[in-house]
Design a protein around this ligand. Structure first.
Ligand SMILES: Nc1nc2c(ncn2[C@@H]2O[C@H](COP(=O)(O)OP(=O)(O)OP(=O)(O)O)[C@@H](O)[C@H]2O)c(=O)[nH]1
Ligand SMILES: [Mg+2]
Length: 203
C-alpha cells in the first residue's frame, strides 16, 4: 500500500496566481482530460475515498486544488489537482482558464517538480494530450504518464495501450526525454505502490 501519501490533507482551492501557497515546497501537478481519472488517482495514491472529489464542489472545478502531503506532522509537499481539459467545443483548443492562470502556473511555478499526465488507457494520447505534452515540454520537467482504468482492459489490450502510447510519444519527437509511462487502475488499486515510489522521488 502507498503509505507515504496516506496523511495527505486538503489545503486550499486557488483561482488565481496570487492565491498560490507561499511555502517553497515541492509540488506535483495532476493533469489530463476531463474524466480521465485524475482525482481518483489522487484518492488511490493517498488511500482515501473522498479526498480529491472535493474538486467536484461547485465553483472549484476550474481551480487548482492543493493537498498537503504530511510526514511526521510536517508538510513535505503538495499534490495539485487540476481541472480537466477537453470540454472546449473546438477540439484543438484548450479552454480559457488554460490559456490563463492554469497554463501560467504550469510554466512558471518554480517548485513544480513535474506533471502526472493522466489518460484513460482506452484512449491513450488524444490530440489534446499531444498538445499538452508538446506545450509542457518547454519547461523540461518530468512527465509521468498514468494510463488508468486498466481494469477495463484485458492483458493484451493493456500491452497494446502501452505500445500505442509509446509510439505516439516517439512520433512527437519531444526534446523532453524525461517521460515515463505506467499502467494504473484506481478501481482495482493496480500500480499505486509503483506510483507512490516514483512520486516520493519528486518530493
Ligand atoms: N473503471 C474505472 N473507473 C475509473 C477509474 N478511475 C476513475 N474512474 C471513473 O472515471 C470517472 C472520472 O474519474 P475522476 O477521477 O473524477 O476524473 P477526473 O480526471 O478527476 O475528472 P475531472 O476532474 O472532471 O476532470 C469517475 O466515474 C470514476 O469513478 C479506474 O481506474 N477504473
Ligand atoms: Mg477531478
Amino acid at each position: 500500500m502507498p503509505f507515504f501519501f496516506q496523511q495527505t490533507q486538503f489545503n486550499k482551492t486557488v483561482a488565481s496566481l496570487d492565491g498560490l501557497p507561499e511555502y517553497d515546497m515541492p509540488e506535483i501537478a495532476f493533469v489530463g482530460r476531463s474524466n480521465s481519472g485524475k482525482s481518483s488517482a489522487i484518492n488511490t495514491l493517498t488511500n482515501q475515498k473522498q479526498l480529491a472529489y472535493m474538486s467536484k464542489m461547485p465553483g472549484r472545478t476550474q481551480n487548482l486544488n492543493f493537498f498537503d502531503v504530511i510526514r511526521s506532522k510536517e508538510t513535505v509537499g503538495f499534490l495539485v489537482d487540476l481541472p480537466g481539459y477537453g470540454y472546449a467545443k473546438t477540439n484543438k483548443q484548450i479552454s480559457k482558464s488554460w490559456d490563463g492562470f492554469l497554463g501560467e502556473y504550469l510554466l512558471t511555478r518554480g517548485q513544480l517538480k513535474g506533471m502526472v499526465l493522466v489518460m484513460d488507457s482506452r484512449r491513450p494520447v488524444t490530440d489534446l494530450d499531444e498538445t499538452m505534452l508538446i506545450w509542457f515540454s518547454q519547461v523540461h520537467k518530468p512527465i509521468y504518464i498514468l494510463l488508468t482504468k486498466i481494469d477495463k482492459l484485458n492483458r493484451s489490450e493493456q500491452a497494446q495501450a502501452l505500445r500505442i502510447c509509446k509510439e505516439k510519444i516517439d512520433k512527437l519527437n519531444l526534446s523532453n526525454k524525461n517521460i515515463e509511462i505506467q499502467l494504473f487502475s484506481s478501481s482495482k488499486k493496480i500500480g499505486a505502490d509503483v506510483l507512490s515510489a516514483k512520486l516520493q522521488t519528486w518530493l
